[in-house]
Design a protein around this ligand. Structure first.
Ligand code: BDR
Ligand code: CA
Length: 307
């Protein structure tokens, strides 16, 4: 299995993505770094450790950056992800975090695994930008970077034009998108078309393990939020779709695009397609049966599956 470093702001859809990655026999999570976004980097790490414990996994978790580059943590998204980041579902505490910071963990894993190491980033890109400032050669020493973030031709979700992960640290996004990684960007343009509904949450609840029961409760809560804005009881699979694409489980249509990131003003965090500059592969389409694939992977996760 391919070694993967996951960078996340756990987060309800991050929890689903983490579970999907844990179930897969094609990848092996070798480290997880947390960043502030949906909740603080510290709380995201505690959430991640609880989920790993419920799964029966002991992947090392490093706390990453609390504050975005040049700014301060804005307090998360309690209206979307609950006050604790995972829908106010309480889970037993997991192992302690490592003493390493997340950027340092990423650099160490890059040294150990070289271009075999793939990176999956499903939160703001602050840790990756810090790692780049410590070692600008990182992009050519690792494999693929898959990012959930951006709204390239579609509207935003945190503002009319910006997606939350890129909005929460626009400067980090600018640096990472221009750094020369082999990048696959999974933006709102594609994620909003792939959703879970209450039936998926009920399937997790019925599965009966403590992990699945918790995911079911989180998913109902996540759907409550989306119902309040979209008036439909379904929630987009932002982070799990990026995870499944990174694993290679989903067929995609991509468009090679150079992107600029708007740094401030009312369009802060907006991704704008431009004529020149380093390009990324923007995912603009994904197979029809993605929700089935992702649900199946999550249901298959557990102490006896994956690792
Ligand atoms: C992204 O922002 C976060 O709220 C989600 O976890 C996802 O990574 C969607 O815009
Ligand atoms: Ca996330």
């Amino acid at each position: 299995p391919a070694p993967v470093y996951l960078d996340c702001d756990t987060g309800i859809d991050d929890a689903l993505a983490l579970t999907y990655l844990l179930h897969s026999s094609k990848v092996r999570l070798v480290g997880i770094g947390t960043v502030s976004g949906n909740t603080s980097s510290q709380e995201a790490a505690a959430n991640t450790q609880s989920l790993l414990r419920a799964h029966g996994s002991s992947v090392p978790v490093a706390v990453g950056c609390r504050d975005p580059l040049g700014g301060s943590y804005r307090g998360g998204a309690p209206h979307v992800h609950g006050t604790n980041g995972i829908g106010d579902v309480s889970l037993p505490a997991g192992d302690d975090v490592t003493s390493e910071g997340a950027p340092e963990m990423l650099l160490r894993l890059a040294r150990e695994h070289g271009t075999d190491l793939d990176i999956v980033a499903i939160g703001p890109l602050t840790n990756l930008a810090h790692a780049l400032s410590l070692d600008p050669t990182l992009p050519r020493r690792v494999g693929t970077l898959t990012i959930m973030g951006g709204a390239v031709w579609a509207p935003g979700n945190i503002t009319g034009s910006a997606e939350a992960n890129l909005f929460n640290d626009a400067e980090a996004a600018r640096q990472v998108l221009a750094a020369g990684f082999t990048t696959v960007l999974v933006p709102l343009d594609v994620t909003v078309a792939h959703c879970f509904d209450d039936g998926d949450a009920e399937a997790f609840t019925r599965a009966g393990t403590s992990l699945h029961v918790a995911l079911g409760a989180m998913l109902h809560r996540y759907i409550d939020f989306y119902e309040s804005v979209d008036h439909v009881r379904r929630a987009p699979l932002h982070d799990p779709l990026a995870a499944a694409i990174a694993v290679g489980d989903i067929e995609t249509v991509t468009r090679e695009t150079a992107l600029a990131v708007t740094l401030d003003g009312p369009e802060q965090g907006r991704t704008v397609a431009v004529a020149d500059g380093p390009t990324v592969q923007v995912v603009v389409g994904a197979g029809q049966d993605t929700a089935d694939i992702i649900r199946g992977g999550i249901l298959a996760a557990g102490p006896s599956a994956g690792r």
